[in-house]
Ligand binder design. Structure first.
Ligand code: 0GY
Length: 298
């Protein structure tokens, strides 16, 4: 146990599902080590150190080729740990999503891009961030547009109605984290998931991560209650879905998932080889490595 939450699984199982060649874990984090990369003073939680070597070992153990490393709020706008991991992951093996503010210097944006950053993340979860004015996010979205980056948004489905007018003004690709965090207790036909689906239908350039059954579940592993949500998204939007482990699972208090067991959820939400290839290879390659072939990373 760290200061705030459970430690990541020390020895995940080898998954029974073998990901296709070139598979991308499109949502994971690097934390610290704090002695080298201190956490942000304004953070709402302090995670355990989850250094790059552990992420790369997990990638190989689970049978993945590449990572998209997403900046988390505990490191705030200091993207140094994430960038350090991007530069050390091996050629073409990692991309990043940064947290930057509207007044970020051009030179910093250019350095982030050179390191492999291709997106910026707006986090709207009140337990993770304060209430930043939406104009700041809008201005940040303008700043990153010229670089060809996209915006990743993290919200809970019950907040979507309030956020939609703002989101509609963000140009280009928008990636929704963790299935839009529907209320799984409502069931797959419930109102919060209906709103997420309507949002995806209404915005052809919105993508969604079918990640985090461990956060969304009420029933617990093996996440039977979350599977219909992921499967609905994969089958309805096969060309706009991404998958990620969310390792090292910050803020998990109920249980710590076995990352191998999370990989074994994939064939339950993407039941055919074609859907699996789109989810794990074709889609993330198109978004994060356009013009490159999947085989190059392995
Ligand atoms: C995640 C989810 C969480 C944390 C963060 O930026 C963050 O601190 O995203 C969460 O607590 O739900 O994607 O890691």
């Amino acid at each position: 146990m760290s200061e705030d939450h459970l430690e990541f699984h020390p020895a995940p199982k080898v998954p029974e599902f073998r990901p296709p060649v070139g598979a991308v874990d499109a949502h994971c984090h690097i934390f610290g080590p704090a002695a080298k990369f201190p956490f942000a003073p304004e953070r709402k939680y302090t995670p355990v150190d989850a250094p790059k070597e552990r992420l790369f070992a997990l990638r190989d153990h689970l049978g993945f080729a590449r990572n998209v490393i997403v900046q988390a709020t505990c490191h705030g706008k200091d993207n140094a740990a994430m960038v350090d991991a991007l530069l050390d992951a091996g050629p073409g093996r990692a991309r990043g999503v940064a947290i930057v503010d509207m007044d970020v210097a051009d030179a910093e944006l250019e350095a982030l891009h050179a390191a492999g950053v291709r997106g910026v993340r707006f986090n709207f979860l009140k337990r993770l961030v304060g209430n930043a004015p939406l104009e700041r996010y809008a201005r940040t979205a303008e700043r990153i547009e010229a670089l060809g980056w996209h915006v990743v948004v993290y919200f809970e489905a019950h907040e979507l109605a309030d956020l939609e007018p703002f989101l509609s003004k963000i140009p280009g690709v928008l990636v929704v984290d963790h299935m839009g965090r529907p209320d799984v207790a409502e069931g797959v036909g419930g109102p919060s998931f209906a709103r997420v689906l309507a949002f995806m239908e209404g915005r052809p350039d919105a993508w969604i991560k079918v990640s985090c059954p461990e956060r969304l579940t009420v029933a617990g592993p093996p996440y039977d209650d979350v599977v219909p949500f992921g499967r609905t998204l994969v089958e309805r939007f096969p060309d706009r879905v991404l998958w990620g482990t969310d390792w090292p699972h910050p803020n998990m208090r109920s249980h710590m998932p076995d990352d191998g067991a999370l990989v074994d959820v994939i064939p339950r939400i993407a039941p055919t080889a074609e859907l699996q290839r789109k989810l794990l290879v074709d889609n993330p390659m198109r978004l994060y490595w356009p013009g490159e072939t999947a085989e190059g990373g392995r």
